[in-house]
Design a protein around this ligand. Structure first.
Ligand SMILES: [Zn+2]
Length: 444
């Protein structure tokens, strides 16, 4: 009999970690870092299981809340393989290296969860798996990966254990995300573990947001202000860049655009290498000789010195800077410098997790604290939660309902209770479980 146990990301959107105990071995699906409020409830250091008893790890995608505890597994004695796509390996390397540096820079030794050596062990043990190819990971255990449309290389995972199957959605992408294909539908499974981030949001606003986003950027630049866009370096930054490229080309804008993140040029190289994963629109641009991630006024800022130089610069510009929820990364320094100037705009994108500075700003805080200093918030603050990598409720419902083989039970994860309740109500399935942390579920 298979047992399913959740070790993170059951009732929150960070720390994703799911274990399948089987007679053929123990399989871990993702092992992500707890962040924001979740970090105060759950420990990143206590794994809640013995990593030496895990036989294989399958990774859905390269976001830190899905891959961030894998190096800790190696630190704690895990010596097995990690399975995932090529793009996930390349992007995880960047994400994990960047995190280990942020730990050192912002949190000191006390919060140093893993080091570059642990990251190297993860890379050495990584096995690349293509979408749609059934791959043996243990005796009698096979996996198949499907494009989840959430991040370059992101996958939903079907685990086949002898005559049973368990499906894990990972993070399900939003339809029409720049560069990415839409989430690939699957035929079904005996059991399904499904994400519920936007279970309460029936539908993302689609076109209106782009016009508003465009107008904010143009108006801010024309009044001599700066647009500061905090963004995670991997995925989100490239999607926003794609939109900004469109805005600048359409309106023939001559202002400078900076990408201020030490890792960003490496990420673009990975996108270049994995362009076979691009959606049709992005492929078409490439075929016409227009790289959607490059344009005349774009500048990559790699060193700290260059970053300080542009912060001092009086000219209007757009800067995309690392640190999507304003909890760390270079964007902190841009905020310190620019947040008290009413000419500037801070444009938040995607889901701002509770307990983060990004969340406080999105809720209208008039004064914020960065390190030990207080700052008045005079810049205009905008929030675009729909510029998110996650599908809305309609997308998830459609995704689940399109399975020919209906699961005997659906486990909802990766969302708070309100989102899970709203999703459950709309799923039209009898057997839907609000997954509980550490509870053992028998999959017969
Ligand atoms: Zn994700």
């Amino acid at each position: 009999m298979i047992k399913y146990i959740n070790y993170g990301g059951a009732d929150g959107v960070t720390g994703a970690c799911h274990m399948l105990n089987t007679e053929f071995g123990n399989i871990l699906l993702d092992c992500g870092l707890f962040q924001g409020r979740d970090r105060k409830i759950y420990s990143n250091l206590e794994m809640y299981f013995d990593p030496r008893e895990v036989d294989a790890v399958v990774l859905s995608h390269a976001h830190i809340d899905h891959c961030g505890r894998i190096p800790i597994l190696y630190e704690m004695g895990y010596r097995g393989k990690v399975y995932g796509t090529e793009a996930t390996k390349l992007l995880s390397e960047i994400v994990l290296e960047e995190s280990s540096k942020i730990f050192e820079e912002f949190s000191g030794e006390s919060y140093k969860l893993f080091n570059l050596e642990n990251v190297q062990m993860f890379l050495d043990n990584y096995v690349k798996v293509d979408y749609g190819k059934t791959t043996k990971i243990l005796d009698n255990v096979f996996i198949e990966l499907f494009d989840a449309g959430h991040l370059l290389g992101s996958a939903s995972i079907l685990v086949k254990i002898k005559d049973k199957s368990v499906f894990y959605s990972g993070d399900i992408g939003k339809l029409n995300t720049p560069i990415l294909k839409d989430p690939e539908k699957i035929t079904g499974a005996d059991y399904a573990i499904i994400e519920s981030t936007y279970g309460s949001l029936e539908k993302h606003e689609s076109n209106e947001f782009f016009d508003e986003f465009k107008n904010i950027i143009i108006n801010t630049l024309k009044r001599g202000g700066k647009c500061i866009i905090p963004s995670s370096t991997v995925g989100k930054m490239q999607e926003i860049l794609y939109l900004i490229n469109d805005i600048f080309e359409e309106n023939d804008l001559k202002y400078k655009v900076y990408i201020d993140s030490p890792m960003s040029s490496k990420v673009v190289d990975i996108y270049e290498k994995c362009k076979y994963l691009y959606d049709e629109d992005a492929q078409e641009k490439l075929n016409n000789g227009d790289n959607p991630l490059d344009f005349t006024n774009l500048n990559y800022i790699i060193t700290k010195e260059e970053s300080i130089e542009i912060q001092e610069n009086e000219e209007p510009y757009v800067v995309l800077s690392a640190g999507g929820m304003c909890e760390g990364g270079r964007v902190i320094y841009h905020l310190r410098k620019q947040i008290d100037n009413p000419k500037n705009s801070i444009i938040l994108v995607g889901n701002q997790v509770h307990g983060t500075l990004g969340c406080r700003l999105s809720k209208g805080s008039k004064e914020i604290k960065i390190f030990k200093d207080k700052f008045k918030v005079k810049a205009e603050i905008y929030n675009f939660p729909s510029l998110s990598g996650h599908g809305d409720r309609n997308t998830i419902v459609d995704y689940v309902c399109s399975m020919n083989k209906k699961p005997k039970k659906i486990f909802l994860v990766h969302g708070d209770r309100k989102n899970q309740m709203d999703l459950r109500e709309n799923l039209n399935f009898k057997n839907v479980e609000y997954t509980k942390f550490l509870k053992r579920y028998e999959l017969k």
